[in-house]
Design a protein around this ligand. Structure first.
Ligand SMILES: *Cc1c(COP(=O)(O)O)cnc(C)c1O
Length: 232
């Protein structure tokens, strides 16, 4: 994996733009004091570039693939927090249980049970988000909105888990509609679960809109590191 200093300068510029657009959307649509966290999504990105983003002040990394994460984790600047955001097979939970602070992609009871089992075994509590398939797309993971309440009720019975909120990847197209629906769903469910404080939505193409619709955590890959082509 090679990274030239041009790539790194590009990250500074991109981060500047992202922060400006988030600040604009917050000023326009959000209450003062509401925080929006920026996650740097690292898939296919060289560790040097990831560490450069950490040096620039990004303190949260998002990992999609267990294998890729394991191959890069040792090279990462340890000061950043790491959360898992990709589709997770139950048999791989064991590889990440002690090295991430949150699993954002919980979409089944079975996965929740395995995280719970390993969290208890390791003497820790794992923060989780439920991933919602807000567009009802067959190709995507995530629980359908209709099944969400039941899943959360079941997960909330499990030891070693703290349900902190919801995550989504809305379908392409009508962003406003789906982001708005997610916000409604989050508001109604988080009213029943006071420990919820995280609505993870917004990627490179829709993060400013997501901030408008109440996102507390935007997950940005290409908008920060450039197109996923220069490292692999
Ligand atoms: C890749 C990915 C992102 C970031 O996508 P970009 O469009 O590159 O910003 C965010 N969330 C998840 C779950 C992803 O897999």
């Amino acid at each position: 994996m090679m990274t030239s200093s041009d790539d790194l300068a590009y990250i500074d510029e991109n981060l500047h733009i992202i922060k400006e657009r988030i600040a604009e959307a917050k000023a326009k649509y959000r209450s003062p004091g509401e925080d929006v966290r920026i996650m740097a999504v690292t898939k296919t990105v060289a560790p040097e570039a990831v560490n450069h983003a950490v040096e620039l002040g990004l303190d949260l990394l998002g990992e999609n693939r267990v294998q890729e994460y394991l191959s890069k984790a040792e090279l990462y600047d340890r000061s950043a927090e790491v959360q898992f955001i990709g589709h997770l097979q139950t048999n791989k939970v064991k590889y990440i249980i002690n090295s991430v602070s949150m699993i954002q992609s919980v979409d089944s009871l079975r996965l929740g049970q395995e995280i719970s089992r390993l969290a208890v075994k390791n003497g820790r509590t794992m923060d989780i988000l439920c991933e919602v398939n807000i567009g009802g797309e067959e190709s995507k993971s995530g629980i359908a909105p209709e099944g969400l309440r039941e899943l959360i009720a079941q997960l909330s019975e499990l030891e070693g888990l703290e349900i902190r909120g919801l995550m989504t990847i809305p379908p392409p197209g009508d962003s406003d509609f789906f982001l708005g629906r997610m916000k409604e769903l989050y508001d109604s469910i988080s009213a029943e679960y006071p420990r919820m404080d995280t609505l993870s939505m917004g990627m490179t193409h829709d993060y400013a809109e997501a901030v408008r619709y109440g996102s507390t955590l935007v997950r940005i890959g290409t908008g920060l590191f450039g197109a996923r082509n220069y490292t692999r």
